[in-house]
Design a binder for this molecule. Structure first.
Ligand SMILES: Nc1ncnc2c1ncn2[C@@H]1O[C@H](COP(=O)(O)OP(=O)(O)OP(=O)(O)O)[C@@H](O)[C@H]1O
Length: 697
């Protein structure tokens, strides 16, 4: 291998790049390969690395041996992830951040209670959300009911389409999400089966890419083909069938008025569009926002807070003129650089790449400035909360993942021990929702642009001939009609030209997942000239939708670490929450139990209350080290120890450094750090440091 070092130098740079994209790295000699991240090494990674290293004439057998080591190391990494998760979840449940609901009755899957520190973290996250989005953009906040009449969710498409495909264990009746079982099977095979052939690997990857597109029949065929059985019992599974995720109810005692618990908060905003537009002085763009509970009867909720049956959503609906999607504040986020995972990289099997947001928009990777602006603001929001920048990426939806009406969608995904998790969906939903409610309610949910002078305008008119389409497409007619009507001007004029020359045209209907042949007699496309005093249009909507529980859980994992106790006999848990998020901002401890110190502690507590700072006072006689450990486990940033009557010490959680501060100044010092007006480094600079005489730390 040593002789390969010389060969390595020429191609090393490109090799290093090739491998680091595949998450492996070679050392200076080009002979040792090691994993960059704790992700699972795949067969694909191995063949790519073998190929690249072989090009440098390294000895193939030894490369393969080394790569096998990587695979077992990364499987070890997998176990480490589980152990890490267990440590985090144990701490969270023991300290009552959250606990399974109705625990004394053995709980209900997918339902959790937030305990005191969890409630505080959640309310801090929501307060910051309001400040960062609602306040910053002058959004119109609303609060609508969770119980929603059927007609609303019929119009939005939820009654007919908000389904997942389910399979049942044929013996026990246990239900599973069919696509999740197929996904788990493919992923496990790709990650762990080193003997898998290249063709098989390609097939499984294709299955993964098409997962969202499979019909019930196709999913059933794959499950049979791969011999997938019930994970817990290995019993055979039923054929997949659709299950609507909404909880149904009826409104009023008669039982005649069906309703549902809302599966998202957005519809409450759409149905109020007309009044909100008026409230906003009939001006676009504007955004409405809502924080509230959403309900989804998930088929088999696993993964703790990540997939639950009732959760808090924070949603923004930003209404904008479809012809003007630039954003006046885009410049403020254009220079941000972070991990982006556009469609093309996913399709070609590459990893996410760091990109400058402004470039992603100018190159058309992100559809428009407004969507880009929100991607940037979401990045700033999540990283300010303490989400690790390196474990946050924005993944673009694949064409088959997006609803047919959507112009572009990006998910903010956060990596945690469960893998990459969608925590915020940012979608340009075009005019779909407002159009759907206009049609169903008969109330025009539109905006107006008044012209100074009447204008002669040319209007695109797409008139599908429903009779002909019905004959040709039968049950699929509605989806073909919707897709034809949703065409933009360019696509419509191209279709018109082709119909005139060839008489028919191939047309992709995303909701059907295939092309259909449209004939000349099936649609009339024209442009009509009219004099108009105003332009009436349905606004497009850009929707960032935040799953608060998912964000909080990822934040817990990203903030958690352990460190040895002073005696080195145990590992102590710490959450390094930033002050913004910390459930309690400081603690107050008298060093020893005596009346004088307790008096001082009470005085400080009063001044903290007056300054609006949450604190915990602990006057137990427990050793100070134990008291610190207890509050580190809650992520409390500062601890005030009363060891004199005129001055006290403040200790910072992560550095464990201490300063001495006069009793009268304590509240204002803590407040400044909590509000972000000072940093701990400023405090260290300004106040004399204190070296603890206590043997506890
Ligand atoms: N069952 C759930 N439990 C907790 N949060 C959820 C759940 N379903 C969705 N969310 C959150 O709500 C946000 C918006 O919902 P959306 O409908 O886009 O999710 P989704 O695409 O259906 O999610 P998934 O594909 O994971 O089921 C998601 O980004 C996620 O953070």
């Amino acid at each position: 291998m040593a002789s390969a070092a010389a060969d390595a130098s020429a191609g090393e740079e490109s090799l290093r790049r090739a491998l680091s994209e595949k998450q492996v790295e070679v050392d200076a000699q080009g002979s040792v390969v090691r994993e960059l991240k704790a992700s699972i090494a795949s067969k694909d990674l191995i063949s790519a690395a073998v190929e690249a290293l072989s090009a440098l004439k390294l000895e193939k057998a030894s490369i393969e041996k080394r790569l096998q080591e990587i695979v077992s190391a990364s499987n070890g990494g997998h176990q480490n992830k589980e152990a890490f998760r267990q440590a985090v979840v144990n701490t969270l449940e023991r300290r009552l951040f959250y606990i399974p609901s109705f625990k004394i009755y053995r709980g209900v899957a997918g339902l959790y209670d937030y305990g005191p520190p969890g409630c505080a973290v959640k309310s801090n996250v929501l307060a910051f959300w309001r400040q960062h989005f609602v306040l910053e953009e002058n959004m119109l906040e609303v609060d609508c009911p969770c119980v929603t009449p059927e007609v609303v969710l019929k119009a939005s498409g939820h009654v007919d389409k908000f389904t997942d495909l389910m399979v049942k264990d044929e013996k026990t009746g246990t239900c599973y999400r069919a696509d999740h079982l197929l996904k788990d099977f493919c992923k496990e095979k790709l990650e762990k089966d080193l003997t898998i052939s290249t063709e098989k690997a390609a097939e499984l990857k294709h299955v993964l890419a098409m997962l969202d597109d499979f019909s019930a029949e196709e999913l059933g065929e794959k499950i049979k083909l791969y011999g997938i059985t019930a994970p817990d019992t290995k019993n055979p599974l039923s054929d997949p069938y659709p299950f609507n995720l909404m909880f149904q109810t009826s409104i009023g005692p008669s039982g005649l008025s069906p309703g549902y618990m809302r599966p998202e908060t957005a519809q409450g905003i759409f149905v109020n569009f007309k009044d909100l537009y008026y409230y906003n002085g009939n001006k676009l763009p504007f955004a409405a926002a809502q924080i509230g509970q959403a309900f989804r009867n998930e088929i088999s909720p696993r993964q703790g807070l990540l997939r639950v049956r009732e959760f808090t959503l924070a949603e923004i609906e930003h209404f904008v003129d479809p012809e003007e999607k630039s954003h006046p504040k885009f410049g403020e986020v254009a220079k941000l650089e972070f991990l982006m995972f556009p469609r093309e990289l996913q399709v070609s099997g590459e990893s996410a790449k760091r990109m400058v947001l402004g470039e992603a928009v100018s190159k058309g990777i992100v559809n428009n400035e407004t969507l880009g602006y929100f991607i940037g603001r979401v990045y700033l929001f999540l990283t300010s909360l303490g989400i690790d920048k390196e474990r946050l990426r924005f993944r673009q939806h694949l064409a088959n993942e997006m609803a047919h009406y959507a112009a572009d969608c990006w998910d903010a995904e956060i990596e945690c021990s469960y893998g990459w998790i969608e925590c915020v969906g940012i979608a340009d939903r075009s005019a779909y929702d407002l159009r759907a409610h206009t049609e169903k309610s008969g109330v025009a949910l539109v905006a107006h642009e008044k012209f100074a002078e009447p204008k002669e305008v040319e209007k695109l008119v797409i008139a599908p001939v429903k009779k002909e389409l019905g004959l040709a497409f039968k049950g699929n007619q509605k989806m073909v009609v919707e897709a034809l009507e949703a065409m933009d001007e360019k696509a419509a004029m191209e279709m018109k030209a082709e119909l005139e020359t060839k008489g028919e045209v191939e047309f992709q209907v995303c909701t059907l997942g295939k092309n259909v042949t449209i004939k000349k007699n099936m649609v009339a496309i024209s442009k009509e000239k009219k004099k108009e005093h105003q332009r009436v249009f349905t606004p497009s909507v850009i929707e960032p939708s935040f799953g608060i529980g998912r964000i909080i859980y990822c934040l817990f994992e990203h903030s958690f670490y352990t460190r040895p106790s002073k005696a080195g006999d145990e590992q102590l848990n710490v959450f390094r929450f930033p002050p913004l998020v910390a459930p309690i901002k400081c603690t107050v401890f008298p060093l020893v139990q005596n009346e004088k110190y307790e008096e001082v502690a009470k005085r400080i507590a009063k001044s903290l209350t007056a300054a609006g700072i949450s604190y915990k006072i602990d006057i137990t006689g427990t050793s100070i080290g134990k008291r610190y450990a207890r509050t580190d486990e809650l992520g409390v940033p500062l601890a005030i120890t009363v060891d004199e009557t005129d001055s006290i010490t403040i200790r910072e959680r992560d550095s464990k450094k201490q300063v001495r501060v006069n009793v009268d100044e304590v509240a204002s010092v803590v407040k400044k750090v909590m509000d972000g007006q000072s940093t701990w480094a400023d405090v260290l600079w300004e106040y004399p440091s204190h070296h603890s005489a206590s043997a506890d730390e």
